[in-house]
Design a protein around this ligand. Structure first.
Ligand SMILES: NC(=O)c1ccc[n+]([C@@H]2O[C@H](COP(=O)([O-])OP(=O)(O)OC[C@H]3O[C@@H](n4cnc5c(N)ncnc54)[C@H](OP(=O)(O)O)[C@@H]3O)[C@@H](O)[C@H]2O)c1
Length: 256
């Protein structure tokens, strides 16, 4: 399968890095942008993929639109399409908007930057022209770089908040915890590694287990013990309500 990635920005590069790490053939990935030059040389050097300044979209099976949202509809309208499947990662552009312009099956994908480490969470919103074959190809492509979830017009804003914005929430939580370890004598980088690994291990348990979060908390928090007392502090400070309010606010923004 030949892949063209239009746009060589941060998100496109994260995806390409993850795909290459997953074993996707470098010679089958081509990147392009508007300004060419050093940026394309840079991504080619870093990831061993092909780059091109003047692309012919008909030479590819799947075209990833990785430019800023305001450039997407003009771009698709100005290309000659044959039998390509389109994947747009541009926020707020719906698959139907693109399908209405060019009549090609389109998927709006919303990845997050952990795709670079193959730990992404990508929302996939399938346009009405997408058939079973295109659907499974695109699902498999994003499963190479993490987990996928189907989304639609109603669920995409909450998805974007939970998968796209929440990394910043987690960084904020880590930043709040690190000083306690630093005060105890750990060097800051080491303190961050300790908290991040505890978070990563907990995430893995959440992914593997069917137990409720209350049950998982009970597994580590004996009544009245140190963990339980810490959890009570979080509850007294309304962490639950705070996280919900943050996520709802991000989802509201994502919906605008
Ligand atoms: N960053 C994230 O976490 C994230 C997450 C999910 C989705 N997204 C979506 O991903 C898209 C890109 O985000 P980004 O952060 O990677 O942005 P970015 O760093 O600004 O990169 C945008 C890229 O698109 C290229 N480009 C713009 N118009 C083009 C055109 N007409 N033809 C070819 N290339 C064009 C730019 O090239 P020049 O520099 O040459 O103009 C640049 O390489 C956005 O639509 C965003 O909504 C981002």
């Amino acid at each position: 399968m030949k892949l063209l990635v239009v746009g060589a920005g941060a998100m496109s590069e994260s995806l390409v890095k993850g795909w290459v790490a997953s074993g996707f053939a470098q010679e089958d990935i081509t990147m392009t942008n508007r300004s060419g030059g050093t940026r394309l040389t840079e991504v080619a050097m870093r990831h061993g993929v092909q780059t091109i300044e003047q692309e012919d979209v008909t030479l590819y099976d799947l075209v990833i639109l990785g430019m800023q949202p305001d450039g997407v509809l003009d771009y698709v309208a100005n290309q000659q399409w044959t039998n390509q499947t389109i994947v747009s990662i541009a926020a707020h552009i719906t698959p139907d908007e693109i399908e209405q312009v060019i009549g090609r099956p389109t998927i709006a994908a919303m990845p997050n930057t952990p795709v670079a480490h193959r730990l992404g969470m990508t929302g996939l919103w399938f346009g009405s022209h997408v058939g079973e074959e295109e659907r499974s190809i695109v699902e498999a492509l994003f499963e190479r770089v993490g987990e996928i979830a189907e989304a639609n017009e109603s669920t995409m804003p909450a998805f974007m908040a939970a998968a796209g914005c929440s990394p910043a929430f987690f960084y904020e939580i880590v930043a709040g915890m690190v000083p306690v370890l630093v005060d105890a004598g750990f060097e800051a980088g080491n303190a961050r590694r300790i908290v991040a690994q505890a978070m990563k291990g907990s995430a893995e348990i959440l992914m593997q287990s069917d137990e409720s979060t209350d049950r998982l908390i009970a597994d580590v928090a004996a009544p009245g013990g140190p963990t339980d007392r810490g959890v009570q502090v979080l509850r007294a400070h309304q962490l639950f309500e705070t996280m919900q309010a943050a996520l709802r606010e991000s989802a509201r923004e994502a919906d605008e």
